[in-house]
Design a protein around this ligand. Structure first.
Ligand SMILES: CC(C)(COP(=O)(O)OP(=O)(O)OC[C@H]1O[C@@H](n2cnc3c(N)ncnc32)[C@H](O)[C@@H]1OP(=O)(O)O)[C@@H](O)C(=O)NCCC(=O)NCCS
Length: 183
């Protein structure tokens, strides 16, 4: 599957079991279905998106929480069978467009210090490291890991705007991306 074939749309309650199942594949401490449903209620301060393949299957999801004029990317995941094909970039770009549409002034997130895949994705959008939260992640096995705190302080930065505009377009020259994007 190429990223341009993927439809990015708002998450609904019907998507929650599939979101939970995907999360359980890629996250040591996945969000519960109950927590996900709670997140869906407050649309004024939250945006939750899913990425849907051409056959209707869910291949990814992401979430943004708004606090004052800042957006916090609290979750992003792509089905391991479809990673590294630009889907994560498409979903993140959609969240960033939402943040721009909301008029937010900055974006931030935490990422495991060892998560080179996610760090690579965020760097492409211009997220820059601003600090470390020691032992931020506590896994079910009791092990801990530091979080890197990344920020985009200038949402008019050309690197950021170019990444948001072009994510996923390269895969097919932009044709399918323009025809299937709904978010
Ligand atoms: C992070 C994640 C969402 C990326 O999704 P994806 O669809 O594979 O990402 P993309 O294909 O759009 O890749 C975009 C960029 O991210 C980086 N990247 C993605 N996967 C990578 C990997 N396995 N190794 C190194 N860099 C990687 C690269 O810079 C890549 O650009 P490139 O392909 O031009 O080199 C995915 O790996 C995932 O679901 N991981 C598990 C959940 C997770 O860690 N979420 C982040 C929590 S903070």
């Amino acid at each position: 599957m190429v990223a341009a074939q993927v439809l990015i749309r708002a998450m609904s309650a019907a998507d929650v079991p599939a979101v939970r199942a995907l999360d359980a594949l890629v996250q040591p401490s996945p969000w519960s279905e109950e927590f996900l449903r709670e997140q869906l209620v407050d649309t004024a301060s939250r945006t939750l998106l899913v990425a849907e393949g051409p056959d209707g299957s869910q291949v990814g999801h992401a979430a943004l929480v708004v606090l004052a004029d800042e957006g916090h990317v609290t979750s992003i995941a792509v089905d391991p069978a479809h990673q590294r094909s630009g889907i994560g970039s498409r979903i993140l770009a959609a969240l960033c467009r939402d943040a721009l549409a909301r008029g937010l002034s900055a974006l931030t997130l935490e990422v495991r210090a060892s998560n080179s895949a996610a760090i690579g994705l965020y760097r492409q959008f211009g997220f820059a490291p601003a600090g470390v939260r020691p032992r931020y992640y506590v896994d079910p096995d009791g092990l801990t890991e530091d979080a890197l705190v990344l920020w985009i302080h200038d949402m008019s930065d050309p690197v950021f705007l170019l990444a948001v505009e072009t994510a996923g377009v390269e895969a097919d020259g932009g044709f399918a991306d323009r025809t299937r994007r709904s978010f």
